[in-house]
Ligand binder design. Structure first.
Ligand SMILES: Nc1ncnc2c1ncn2[C@@H]1O[C@H](COP(=O)(O)OP(=O)(O)OP(=O)(O)O)[C@@H](O)[C@H]1O
Ligand SMILES: [Mg+2]
Length: 237
């Protein structure tokens, strides 16, 4: 069976799903009342689970009664969202839109998940950081934020220590979620990354691949131990 990364939907009673619902709640009902409608998901190093976490947060938001989610792949270097959401890999995406080669409508795709749309990165471009730091990108974030009052925008990004895009985007979002890989990320890398972001916007740190012991009777087999957790049912997607 192919791995389904959207555990927030495929195994709603798992420990991981509960964590995604908790993150969703903290986005929708922020403690200080500040409206959080555009959220950047980032991490210090490659492969720590940014795209996995961003996709599951978006899926958790879309699974609530009244809210819509739009997830944007701003990683024009190593895009993954088209794959996660089963979109055509060479279809138009953010890169073409920012290059003025198509309209915004052309790059917003509906997914098989009700109320969840995606802007994939699209075909690889030569100038990712120029495009992401452009005024068109800034305007687009503002545009998708303001267009619908019931929509949350989640932006997946490359790691700021490796590419300048996340730092640029962080200036134009309401909140930032930092992903830390439990068994890998070094404290000094996290500190260096936070120096590149506006710390006041960091709304949470997700400790990825962490497995708490919850007792033998807890009804889940975790996804956080080795990425190959056992699912009770098969992935419906
Ligand atoms: N908690 C998890 N449980 C299971 N699989 C996971 C988990 N976190 C990440 N993965 C898997 O690990 C791989 C790397 O994760 P992902 O692509 O989300 O990392 P990334 O930080 O976005 O990487 P990059 O920096 O290259 O964009 C993917 O195959 C993803 O499905
Ligand atoms: Mg990624």
């Amino acid at each position: 069976m192919a791995t389904c990364p959207l555990v927030a939907l495929s195994d709603p009673w798992s420990y991981g799903s509960e964590q995604f619902r908790a993150i969703k709640t903290s986005i929708m009902f922020p403690e200080n009342g500040r409206e959080l409608r555009t959220i950047l998901v980032t991490s210090a190093m490659p492969g720590e689970g940014k795209s996995f976490i961003a996709s599951n947060i978006a899926a958790a938001i879309a699974s609530s009664m009244d809210n819509y989610a739009l997830i944007i792949d701003s990683d024009l270097r190593l895009p993954t969202l088209a794959d996660i959401f089963s979109l055509p890999p060479e279809g138009p995406g953010l890169g073409l839109y920012l290059n003025n080669q198509c309209s915004l409508e052309d790059v917003i795709y509906r997914t098989y998940i009700d109320k969840l749309s995606v802007i994939p990165a699209g075909p690889v471009v030569d100038n990712p950081s120029e495009l992401i730091t452009s005024s068109t990108m800034i305007r687009m974030i503002a545009d998708v934020r303001s267009r619908y009052s019931d929509r949350y925008v989640i932006i997946d990004s490359p790691p700021p220590l490796f590419a300048p895009e996340a730092t640029a985007i962080s200036k134009h979002v309401d909140g930032i979620i930092v992903v830390v890989r439990n068994d890998k990320t070094l404290k000094k890398s996290v500190a260096k990354m936070l120096d590149k972001l506006d710390r006041s916007k960091v709304i949470g740190i997700v400790l990825n691949r962490y497995t708490p012991y919850l007792g033998d009777d807890y009804g889940y087999k975790n996804y956080y131990s080795n990425g190959k957790g056992t699912r009770r049912g098969s992935c419906p997607f």
